[in-house]
Ligand binder design. Sequence first.
Ligand code: NAP
Length: 288
Amino acid sequence: MAIVISGRELAAKKREYMKNEVVKLENKYGRKPHLAVILVGEDPGSVSYVKGKEKACMEIGIVNTTITKPVTITQEELLQIIQQLNSDPFVDGILVQLPLPKHINPTYVINSIRPDKDVDGFHPNNVASLYLKQPGIIPCTPKGILEVLDSANIEIEGKRACIIGRSNIVGLPVSKLLLDKNATISIAHSRTKNLAEVTREADILIAAVGKPLFVKKDMIKEGAVVIDVGVNRNPLTNKLCGDVDFDNVLDKVSYITKVPGGIGPMTITCLMENTIECFLKHMEDKND
Ligand code: NAP
């Protein structure tokens, strides 16, 4: 019988813990961690993600400022806002909701965030830290995936892990984290030949493709652990669904996550964790 790992339940437990921690931090340091979020435009997906982040901050007691700007904002104006937040000693984390409008270069924007406030872990310094195994900020979705595996006591060392997807925000960093846990990794992508042959080798299969119900039974090894990162709309029902055809694969897997209620809630929870980590670092640096 497959076990469905609930990211939602794990996230709720972690948020309860963080809520208590934030009370202690405020008593100790005289203020709470503070996350600033910049939202450009009114893309419904982005608006909904930002709302989720605001709700999580409120639940945990993290101070949240959301700066909303019209889609016509210039890159220069956006960079100026980031500079102000960078130099504000009461802001611990800065997040620019992606995607940005076409006239703004996301690389410039991400690179302009102070690395020690880069709660998404996308700044090149944090990316380098991950690859060099140095302390830094780990991107939220990959961090959440590892925590989900850990919560179910899934052994990683010596296992074959396959990640479908090689994006900078999910596929590549989660591959590195699994490699660091001594898994043997294969990374599949749109040019991979005989994909099912590759994925069937995997004891742990991570789907980060962005294609609804893409992963079917014939792509899975009997007893595999399957983590579904995808957030898509089912073209038939228009309901939220993952990259994995959950019903189709269920009797073949040992553990699986569901969409919604799987990696999504853990991503936001890890964002909160990263904000607290940045806060602690700022407090320590102040006392040095
Ligand atoms: P992305 O940047 O679009 O990357 C998708 C990856 O899938 C690419 O590496 C692409 O290969 C690969 N791919 C596309 N078609 C393929 C095919 N037919 N066979 C094998 N590989 C294929 O997407 P992303 O940002 O990593 O996100 C992936 C999914 O996760 C999306 O649904 C996104 O919404 C979701 N997501 C969820 C969360 C969460 O919190 N739950 C967070 C982030 C992302 P190429 O590199 O060759 O193009």
